[in-house]
Design a protein around this ligand. Structure first.
Ligand code: FAD
Length: 264
C-alpha cells in the first residue's frame, strides 16, 4: 500500500529519503503494478522525476546515460545507435516512453534486457547513498537495492563487435525466453577477447564465463560456438513460466547463441 510519494527537486534530498527507508520510483512501470496488486507492505516512494538525472552524454568513446533517461530516449539517440536494437526488443512503445535505464537494472528476470546488454558491455553504475557516490560494475549491482543509481557509464564497443539477440514469443510486451548479448573481439582470425551475458535463463542475469573461455583463442565458427554453448549449459538455471518451460529455454539457448554470434 502506498502511503506517500515524495517528489524532491535535488538528488541529495532523494538520497536522504531513500536512506530513511523510502523506495525509489522512476518510470513506475515495474513498481506501480506491484503496488496496485497490493503485493507490498506500506511504502513511501521517492520520485526521481525532478532530480535532473535524465540525458545522454558522449565524450569520445565514453558514454554516460543518466539513470532516469527513458528507454525511448536511448532508442532514438543516434550517438548510441548500438543500443537501439536492444531497447526495441523491450516491452512496447508506451512502456519504453516511461521505463528508465536505472529501473531496468532492477527488473526481475526474465526482464532486464537492456541490463543484459550493459553487463556484456562491461558497464558501470554510479550509486549515491549517505556515504557518498561510488561506482560499481553493473553485473555486481544487479539484484541489490542500496541508494540511488545516478548514471550508467560504458565504453562504446568497436564497430561490429557488439551482438544482441532476444528470443521471445511475440513482438511486443513479451519477456525473454533467452537473451544473448556479447562483445566479441577478434585478432588474426581468432577470438581474442569476449564478454557474454545471458537473460531469461536464471534467477539473475548470467555472465557466461564458461562460454567466454570456450571461445577465446578459437576462430568464430559453428564448431567453436557449438562447443561454447555446450560448455555454457552448466551455467544456466532456467525456470518454467508463462512464456516458456525451462526445458525449452535450455534448448533455445544454443540456437540463439549461434544466431547472436554468427548471424545464422
Ligand atoms: C508490459 C511490460 C512489458 C515489459 N517488457 C519488458 C521486456 O521485454 N524487457 C525488459 O527488459 N523489461 C520489460 N519490462 C520491464 C521494464 O523494462 C521495467 O519495468 C523498466 O525498465 C523499469 O524501469 P522504471 O523506470 O519503470 O522502474 P520503476 O518501476 O520505477 O522501478 C523499478 C525498480 O527499480 C528501482 N529503481 C528505479 N530507478 C532506480 C534508480 N535510479 N536507483 C535505484 N533504484 C532504482 C525501483 O526502486 C524499483 O525497485 C516490461 C514492463 C511492462 C510493464
Amino acid at each position: 500500500m502506498l502511503t506517500e510519494v515524495h517528489v524532491p527537486d535535488d538528488l541529495s534530498e532523494a538520497v536522504r529519503l531513500v536512506g530513511g527507508g523510502a523506495g525509489v520510483l522512476s518510470g513506475g512501470t515495474s513498481v506501480m503494478p506491484r503496488l496496485n496488486d497490493h503485493a507490498s507492505p506500506p511504502t513511501e516512494l521517492v520520485s526521481l522525476r525532478r532530480v535532473g538525472l535524465a540525458g545522454v552524454r558522449v565524450d569520445g568513446t565514453t558514454v554516460r546515460i543518466g539513470a532516469t533517461t527513458t528507454l525511448a530516449q536511448v532508442e532514438h539517440d543516434d550517438r548510441i545507435a548500438f543500443l537501439s536494437p536492444v531497447v526495441r526488443s523491450i516491452a512496447s512503445v508506451p512502456v519504453r516512453s516511461l521505463a528508465t535505464v536505472g529501473g531496468n537494472l532492477f527488473a526481475r528476470q526474465p526482464y532486464g534486457d537492456l541490463t543484459v546488454a550493459l553487463v556484456a558491455l562491461d558497464a558501470r553504475a554510479s550509486v549515491a547513498d549517505a556515504s557518498g557516490v561510488r561506482e560499481e560494475a553493473v553485473d555486481t549491482l544487479v539484484g541489490q537495492h542500496h541508494g540511488v543509481v545516478t548514471e550508467v557509464l560504458l565504453e562504446a564497443p568497436a564497430p561490429g563487435t557488439f551482438r544482441y539477440l532476444k528470443a521471445t514469443r511475440r513482438r511486443f510486451n513479451s519477456a525473454s525466453i533467452v537473451t544473448v548479448a556479447a562483445v566479441v573481439e577478434q585478432h588474426d582470425g581468432v577470438v581474442s577477447a569476449v564478454r557474454v551475458a545471458l537473460g531469461g535463463v536464471g534467477p539473475q542475469i548470467v555472465r557466461a564465463v564458461a562460454v567466454e573461455t570456450a571461445l577465446v583463442g578459437r576462430p568464430l565458427d559453428e564448431d567453436a560456438v557449438a562447443a561454447a554453448a555446450q560448455a555454457g549449459l552448466g551455467e544456466l538455471a532456467p525456470a518454467d513460466d508463462a512464456y516458456a518451460s525451462a526445458w525449452y529455454r535450455a534448448r533455445v539457448f544454443p540456437v540463439h547463441l549461434r544466431r547472436a554470434l554468427l548471424g545464422r
